[in-house]
Design a protein around this ligand. Structure first.
Ligand SMILES: [Ca+2]
Ligand SMILES: [Ca+2]
Length: 383
């Protein structure tokens, strides 16, 4: 092993180097740069593996954290290359979308499952990160470590100082914040790589896999994006055929008016079909992409209520995800017409004012009448 140090002020960008070696079959060259300005740290990547010893059937998880100083780098393109024991490299894309293997969206930690095993032995992993023009560092105006929504100020006109009745609308999810709240700072071109490590697999079938043992991963980032009357818009990240890898064959959506019933009797609950959709399609997009559909509630409801939709991915072999995700849609609260709500609110306030005025008048009349009855008559006479 040898070290070479260059005290040069190099420009950022892509550099090429050529190494001539004699007497060595394999040469690994690692380049590390340090910033001229300590306050302007470069983008760095740190990568690791979930479990190092795996017994088939199993899955491996690969992670990479991309940061600039203490801030997460978002929008980067990360590819992990896995060198398998029976030859041929496999590339997998790591995502920071809060779905599949990734626990939290936009935290600078990118993740993916690996399922393309081809034998017992050692699998080594190298992760590379690129900026394809979308990478940015998010400068937050509040604590980086806090994942809680900020505490809003009371905004209700009748809210008194010191009360804790904050409207739910004041709590803004991280992904819904506007750029003004978390300003974007696009990064210049960069490319980094890191040796992730290696894991070992055993008990892989000697004759290879003769069946598909990996179902799609569950949908974990479900969201009801809009309710308009009896039309409900749902959005989630599309799973893959094998967890988050490969195109999933189909998406199954079921409807229920009762949460427990839908949970218990998923396969016998009413299935949503294409004709129930007013927007979107049930054909799943590639894994990692948003899948959004708008469904007209497939039953006639006598009164506003909360209804439920369950979503699960199904692969080409008929494997369903281990669990399905349920979307609750409150048609009674979120689906009401805002103009009607405003009218009802105004009428309510007017009635309260009218009752208050009548009460004041009645009380005033009562005391005036009582005063007349209780004060004795005093008169003067000259007789
Ligand atoms: Ca993440
Ligand atoms: Ca599969």
């Amino acid at each position: 092993m040898c070290f070479l140090t260059f005290s040069l002020l190099w420009q950022s960008g892509r550099w090429f180097a050529e190494i001539k070696s004699s007497g060595f079959s394999d040469v690994t060259w690692v380049v590390t740069s340090e910033p001229k300005d300590p306050k302007n740290q470069p983008v760095r990547i740190k990568s690791w593996i979930g479990d190092l010893e795996l017994t088939f059937p199993t899955v491996a998880q690969v992670y990479a954290q991309v940061s600039k100083r203490y801030e997460p780098v978002l929008g980067a393109h990360i590819v992990a290359t896995i060198d398998r024991p029976m030859g041929s490299l496999v590339d997998i894309v790591l995502l920071d979308n809060g779905a599949g293997a990734d626990g939290t969206r936009d935290d600078g930690i990118y993740s993916a499952y690996f399922t393309q095993f081809n034998g017992d032995g050692r699998y080594s992993v190298v992760a590379r990160v690129f900026n394809n023009g979308q990478a940015e560092v998010r400068i937050k105006r509040r604590s980086l470590l806090s994942r809680s929504p900020r505490l809003p100020k009371p905004s209700h006109p009748f809210e008194k100082k010191g009360t804790t009745g904050f409207p739910l609308e004041d709590f803004i999810r991280r992904e819904d914040r506007t750029p003004e709240e978390d300003p974007r700072n696009l990064l210049e071109d960069f490319e980094r790589s890191a040796f992730t490590g290696a894991f070992r697999v055993e008990a892989f079938p000697k004759d290879g896999m003769d069946q598909d043992v990996f179902p799609p991963c569950p949908v974990t980032d479900r969201k009801v994006t809009k309710i308009n009357g009896d039309v409900v818009s749902l959005r989630w990240t599309s799973p893959g055929d094998d967890l988050d890898y490969g195109n999933v064959s189909s998406i199954e959506v079921r409807f229920g008016e009762n949460f427990k019933t839908l949970l218990k009797n998923f396969t016998s609950s009413k299935m949503v079909v294409e004709k129930d959709l007013v927007d979107g399609t049930l054909d799943p997009p590639p894994p990692g992409h948003y899948h959004e559909i708008s469904i007209k509630v497939p039953v006639s409801l006598e009164e506003p209520k909360t209804v439920f939709f369950a979503v699960v991915g199904v692969d080409a072999s008929g494997n369903r995800a281990k669990s399905f995700s349920i979307f609750p849609a409150n048609l009674g609260k979120l689906g009401r017409d805002p103009s009607n709500f405003t009218l009802a609110w105004k009428i309510g306030i007017a009635i309260i004012h009218l009752v208050a005025v009548i009460s004041i008048v009645l009380v005033a009349l009562y005391f005036r009448r009582r005063q007349k009855d209780t004060i004795p008559f005093v008169g003067f006479s000259n007789s």
